[in-house]
Design a protein around this ligand. Structure first.
Ligand SMILES: Cc1cc2nc3c(=O)[nH]c(=O)nc-3n(C[C@H](O)[C@H](O)[C@H](O)COP(=O)(O)OP(=O)(O)OC[C@H]3O[C@@H](n4cnc5c(N)ncnc54)[C@H](O)[C@@H]3O)c2cc1C
Length: 393
């Protein structure tokens, strides 16, 4: 008798934090199984995005914080540089600009679509939210001789909520080292009512003090709605204007088109539909969504550490079905190192209450530091993240 045994096909959209960690966990958990894993990424890279801030300060180079996905190819893994344009969940097909891919399981971790063009006047601003923008900012920071620095956001959802304040602290340190701090005014303008409010008083209070001590100003309850590029003025959502000589504004972060335009994949909030037990799509059990693309759905900030723990759960759910691997419950915590210059702070948040009870406003967070050890730990995590996906390749 001839057995017609087909390998299980797993497709992963996005080779960033969620997709990359899912791949590394699946490779390990299914090492003895007949599986074919296809990972598709439009940039063809995995970046350690938390280090974009150091690219912008000229402290790191792109090749140190990024890997080419072609290094992932082996007998069971196919890495494809291409853009996903649609998912047909009923027929289990992912369509890209260059082809189509059948799956038994689909993990979607494409992050948001970052679209500067939907911010009028964006060409007068800088950003630290993509590698290319961080490199452009590096040149502007290097040539900056003094004046007003405005750091702000244009949408409520953007990658890594602490970044505006982290960037302010890093620039404060950078300009002090260049001996021009007295010629620079640094202002953070943000929709929350106090620094890091979204993490509750455990982070907000010590952070506010640190910003005061470092002479960093704040405009709260405001975000940038457009920019007068010629006059170098940000127009805030209440109509007020803020002039700048250098501005860093998080560009609009929007749901990716292939999710936004698909009734099967979209949640009522417009981002990917999911659940916080095993991250399956409510209608299609073989479709999973994790990472930044579900942050607005589950109402928690966009952070790599969350994508990482979600990837652990999703890959264990798939490995459980294929090989009886033990299911790993979602670890509802976040740990984060925020660089403050030569030092850093370590924060820990318990998200369980915030994720499960709509009455809970903030996660339970604490922080320790400022300490040079945590700045060092930030670098260690970069090495650990990239090598957990790419090994020594
Ligand atoms: C400056 C900065 C600092 C940060 N600092 C921290 C930090 O200290 N701690 C922390 O936890 N998080 C931090 N983050 C956030 C963290 O990097 C993200 O939350 C994390 O990368 C999200 O993982 P993800 O898999 O959802 O998306 P991503 O890592 O962004 O990966 C998505 C991938 O999908 C690809 N993709 C998108 N659309 C398509 C498509 N249609 N077809 C094919 N491929 C597609 C993209 O090219 C991308 O490679 C920071 C982010 C930035 C920008």
């Amino acid at each position: 008798m001839i057995m017609n045994h087909m390998p299980k096909k797993i497709v992963i959209i996005g080779a960033g934090a969620g997709g990359g960690i899912s791949l590394s966990q699946l490779r390990r958990a299914l090492s003895n199984e007949d599986v074919e894993i296809t990972i598709i990424d439009q940039t063809g890279r995995t970046d350690f995005q938390p280090s974009y801030v150091f690219l912008a300060l000229g402290e790191k180079k792109p090749e140190e914080i990024s890997r080419d996905i072609s290094q992932l190819n082996d007998s069971r893994v196919r890495a494809v540089k291409d853009t996903v344009i649609s998912v047909d969940a009923a027929n289990r097909v992912v369509k890209t600009s260059g082809g189509s891919y059948q799956y038994d399981y689909l993990i979607m971790s494409p992050g948001p679509s970052i679209d500067p063009s939907s911010l009028k006047g964006h060409e007068a601003t800088h950003s630290v939210w993509t590698m290319e923008d961080s490199l452009r900012l590096r040149d502007a920071v290097k040539n900056f001789k003094g004046g007003n620095v405005l750091i702000s956001v244009s949408t409520q959802w953007y990658k890594c909520p602490p970044v505006p304040w982290e960037m302010a602290l890093l620039l404060d340190d950078y300009f002090r080292r260049k001996n021009i701090r007295d010629k620079v005014k640094i202002t953070v303008a943000h929709p929350v009512s106090r620094p890091m409010e979204m993490y509750g008083p455990g982070l907000s209070e010590p952070f506010s003090k640190m910003l005061d001590d470092r002479n960093i100003e704040g405009i709260y309850g405001r975000r940038v709605s457009s920019v007068d590029a010629e006059k170098k003025r940000a127009i805030m959502d209440n109509g007020e204007t803020v002039g700048f000589d250098l501005s860093i504004v998080a560009p609009p972060h929007l749901p990716p088109d292939f999710i936004k335009n698909n009734d099967d994949l979209r949640s009522p909030r417009g981002w990917a539909a999911t659940n916080i037990r095993d991250f399956r799509n409510p209608k299609y059990e073989d479709v999973f969504a994790i990472g930044d693309v579900i942050a607005p759905t589950i109402q928690i900030g966009m952070a790599g550490v969350l994508a990482h723990f979600q990837a652990d759960t999703v890959s264990s759910a798939i490995a459980e079905e294929i090989a009886g691997y033990p299911f790993m419950e979602y670890n509802k915590v976040a740990v984060c190192i925020i660089a403050t210059g030569g030092s850093g702070v370590f924060s820990y948040c318990d998200l369980a209450g915030k994720l499960t009870d709509p009455k809970v406003k903030f996660p339970e967070c604490r922080m320790i530091g400022n300490d040079p050890l945590f700045r060092f730990a930030h670098d260690l995590y970069e090495v650990n993240f990239l090598s957990s996906i790419y090994g020594s390749r």
